[in-house]
Each structure stands twice: as structure tokens, then as C-alpha cells.
Design a binder for this molecule. Structure first.
Ligand code: ZN
Length: 475
């Protein structure tokens, strides 16, 4: 155990930040903060890379986990939590701070990840029996140890995470439990405030509150996913969704929506039910084909206070709001396969969100060639993914080992994303009141960052930085 020192307000305390992931791309979030004698890790996410590939960046932790004093998690998407058990496996024994909802989701997500890795290793062993079987990144026991170290902190509750360093979580409005990380401490008797946005949500989405404004920031690390995009307004998106549902009803066809099990799935279920309840759209069945999404939806029902008053009033009328009589969750493979033989109209929501894995690929295979069907893209699609190719409207797509004509109608409604666009980010920056000393952009492709720098720069005294992997800055 490292020796704990109280930060003496008279000594020179510096802050160093090193970016170990989500640099000029959107996965692998992990930022190491050194404040005086303390080492704090912000997030420990998965890179978008095969987990069991021995050369994967997921297998290299470029700092010593045993030397960390605290870990602070922004939210429970896998690109922010996916490697937390690796820290524990490598000997980290300190606290892992999260909001209560993030703790519950993290528990479910990482158990699921351990299960998938076990299957991946088993499959690799069957496919390549002559090659030594790779090890999973972590197993269930590592997840269970990690869960023991979770420290749950509510929004707005200041907590002295280390002597002299006060952590406050603020609602980021991105997914259930998502938080902006605010750290307050003194340097030479002078108050200093460090803020990490995590992933910032959109404004006015009806489901989750707007991201919380923060003032008096000295050092800012901001996400930038949609820094170069202006997304459609919620009202316009709902009109488009209405038209797509009406088309499916007319043609008796299927709508397939690839969606992450956490966040996007619940948002789309909510939006469809809002159409049915408030806009008097003729309901069609919604099938959510993901056992993981079912467990995560139950956690959503456990946190009614997390939602906007409008969403709460709809939920009051129907306590199963994320799963009313129009919604059916498919748990088993048989439930999933049954959907192939049912006639439309219907909506099928399945993961993964970028169509690279999971049950969504089976549904795409069945719907993709019929022009009456529709595929609705509702989230960010990284370069090189099947979801990106579909959203670009290519003529043919490869699903598993076969090629298919892409005849189904493709609609890109990525305004349903959990990420704020350029205007949302500009609004949040304007709420800081300016005077930020140093700012860094992470969690975005370089074009998005380049477009966002001039938006953020007026609020920052020094040049806004777009760090490279392992880039380190003393501020
Ligand atoms: Zn996220």
C-alpha cells in the first residue's frame, strides 16, 4: 500500500494527466491523473479490438495498477468500464467510485463480458486446437472481487475520495447513472477544479435530464464524439420514427434497430411507447432480442428518479414503462429464432449497436434483402463496422460468411444517440462561464475534434489539446 499524504496547502502541488485511451478515437477510455502524491484513474474501458487476441491493446495496461490510489468511473458503457476487472486482477485494491446506478449496471455488464470471453476462448480452442488457447482478459471471480471494491456515490454528494481531494458526481444525461466527474483540491492554497465530462448527453431528449452545467473549471477533459455533427431535434426524430412505423404497418413489414443493450435500447423502447401513448400512433409489437438488455431494463425500473418529470409521469401511468404490453423481451435463442417466422408489422431491437456481434446479425440476414423492411440506425457507427457500411447504403453487405443485397430501406436517425452534438457541446461549454486554463479533447475521431476545437477555444486560455495515445501533460 502506498503511503497516504495529506496535501499540504503550502507546498507546490502539480497536476499531471496522461491519456491511456480514447485518444483521437472513441474506445478504451482511461486517463491517469496525478494530483500531488496521488494517482487517480478515470475510467478503465475496453478498446474496440478482439478481447482474446494476444496482441490486442486490451491486454496492455501501460501503468502500474498497484500504484493507483483511487479509480473513478464516469458511466457503465464497456468502453469506460470494460477493463476494470483487469486492474483488480493486477493487484489494485483501492476504491472504485461510481454512482449507484452505474454500480448496478457495471455488475451486470462485466459478468456478461466474462461469460462472453469464456465462450470466445472455448470457440477459439475448437477452431484452432493446435494453437495454445488464449486466456480471457478476466473471469467471473475477478468481476466479483471488483464489485467488492465499488464505492457508490450519489449525484451532488461531495466525497473526500483522497485526503484533500473532493469528488462530486453530476448528472451527464448520457445513460442511466452517467456522471460528469468534478474534482476540487487546493494548490498552494488556491482552489483548483478539474472536470472530466465522461460522455455528455443531448439536451431535451424527454427521457434523461440535460447534462448538468459546471462553472469555475480550471482543467477540462471533454468528450467530442459528435464535435463535427449537428443532429436532428427530438421532435423531428419522432416525426421520422412515426413515418417509419406507419410504413411498416402499411407494408406489414419488419423494422430492425441495432442498439447497444445499455441506453439506446431503453431509449428506443421509450420513444416508441411515447409515440403510441402521446401521438396516438397505431401500436405495433416491439421485440427486444437481448437477455442483457432485459436485465439492464430492470435496473432502469429500479431508478425512476433518474428520469425527467415528463418520463416519470408516463411511467407513473405504467410501472412497466420500459416494457408495457407492446414490448416483449426475447431471452432464449428459441425466442430469438421465432421472430424469423413471425409476420410484420413489428420492431426488432437487438445488439450489438454497430452490428459487429450478437443477435442483430441474424435478424439483419433475414430482413436485409426485402425492400419492404427497414433498418434504422440510431447510434454512432465506427469506421469499418457492418453498421457503418449499412448506414452508408452500400449495395451488398457481408453478414457472417455470406454476401447479401442490401434492399431494405435504411434510415439513419443517429439523433437518438446518447451523445450531445456540436450545438449541445457548445451550449455546455458556454455554461462554464469561460476562464478555463487548460482543456483536452478525448473520445472522438480526429475530424470531430478538429471541428470542436474552435467551439471550445473561446472558453479556454491556453490552446485546446487533442492528445495522442499516452500523451502526458503537466498543468
Ligand atoms: Zn457512453
Amino acid at each position: 500500500m502506498r503511503r497516504r499524504r495529506v496535501i499540504d496547502h503550502r507546498e507546490v502541488v502539480w497536476l499531471r494527466i496522461t491519456f491511456h485511451g480514447a485518444t483521437r478515437q472513441i474506445t478504451g477510455s482511461a486517463h491517469l491523473l496525478e494530483i500531488g502524491p496521488y494517482r487517480i484513474l478515470l475510467d478503465c474501458g475496453l478498446f474496440d479490438s478482439e478481447r482474446i487476441d494476444p496482441t490486442s491493446p486490451n491486454r496492455q495496461i501501460s501503468f502500474d495498477p498497484r500504484a493507483l490510489d483511487a479509480v473513478i468511473v464516469s458511466h457503465a458503457h464497456n468502453d469506460h468500464i470494460g477493463r476494470l476487472p483487469c486492474l483488480v486482477k493486477a493487484g489494485y485494491k483501492g476504491p472504485i467510485c461510481t454512482t449507484p446506478a452505474t454500480a448496478a449496471i457495471t455488475n451486470v455488464m462485466l459478468r456478461d463480458s466474462a461469460r462472453i470471453q469464456r465462450e470466445e476462448v472455448r470457440n477459439a480452442h475448437i477452431k484452432y486446437p493446435h494453437i495454445e488457447a488464449p486466456e480471457p482478459l478476466f473471469d467471473l471471480a475477478d468481476v466479483e472481487w471488483m464489485v467488492e471494491q465499488l464505492k457508490r456515490l450519489s449525484y451532488g454528494e461531495p466525497h473526500e475520495v483522497l485526503p484533500g481531494i473532493i469528488l462530486t458526481y453530476l448528472d451527464a444525461g448520457h445513460v442511466l447513472g452517467s456522471a460528469i466527474v468534478q474534482l476540487d483540491f487546493h494548490e498552494n492554497g488556491r482552489p483548483r477544479r478539474f472536470v472530466f465530462t465522461g460522455d455528455l448527453g443531448r439536451r431535451s431528449t424527454h427521457l434523461l435530464p440535460d447534462p448538468t452545467p459546471v462553472k469555475n473549471i480550471d482543467i477540462l477533459v471533454s468528450e467530442s464524439t459528435y464535435g463535427n455533427r449537428e443532429l436532428d431535434s427530438y421532435d423531428r426524430l419522432m416525426k421520422q420514427l412515426h413515418a417509419i412505423v406507419a410504413r411498416a404497418t402499411r407494408l406489414q413489414s419488419k423494422i430492425v434497430i441495432p442498439a447497444f443493450s445499455l441506453g439506446r435500447t431503453q431509449r428506443m423502447v421509450y420513444c416508441l411507447q411515447e409515440l403510441y401513448a402521446l401521438h396516438k400512433v397505431r401500436p405495433i409489437p416491439i421485440y427486444v432480442d437481448s437477455p442483457l438488455a432485459l436485465r439492464l431494463t430492470e435496473i432502469h425500473r429500479d431508478h425512476p428518479d433518474a428520469f425527467t418529470p415528463q418520463a416519470q409521469s408516463l411511467m407513473d401511468k405504467d410501472p412497466l414503462y420500459f416494457g408495457s404490453k407492446y414490448v416483449e423481451f426475447c431471452e432464449s435463442w428459441d425466442d430469438s429464432r421465432r421472430l424469423n417466422y413471425l409476420n410484420g408489422p413489428m420492431v426488432i431491437i437487438a445488439s450489438s449497436g454497430m452490428c459487429e456481434a450478437g443477435r442483430i446479425r441474424h435478424h439483419l440476414r433475414h430482413v436485409v434483402q426485402d425492400p419492404d423492411n427497414a433498418i434504422v440506425i440510431v447510434s454512432f457507427q465506427a469506421d469499418g463496422t457492418l453498421g457503418r457500411r449499412i448506414s452508408e447504403g452500400v449495395e451488398r453487405v457481408q453478414i457472417f460468411d455470406e454476401w447479401y443485397d442490401l434492399n431494405a430501406a435504411v434510415y439513419v436517425l443517429d439523433g437518438f444517440s446518447g451523445h450531445g452534438d456540436r450545438n449541445d457541446l457548445a451550449w455546455w461549454y458556454s455554461q462554464t462561464g469561460g476562464g478555463i486554463e487548460n482543456a483536452f479533447l478525448v473520445h472522438g475521431e480526429l475530424e470531430a475534434m478538429d471541428a470542436l476545437v474552435p467551439v471550445l477555444q473561446p472558453f479556454v486560455r491556453n490552446a485546446v489539446q487533442t492528445p495522442e495515445l499516452h500523451g502526458s501533460y503537466e498543468v
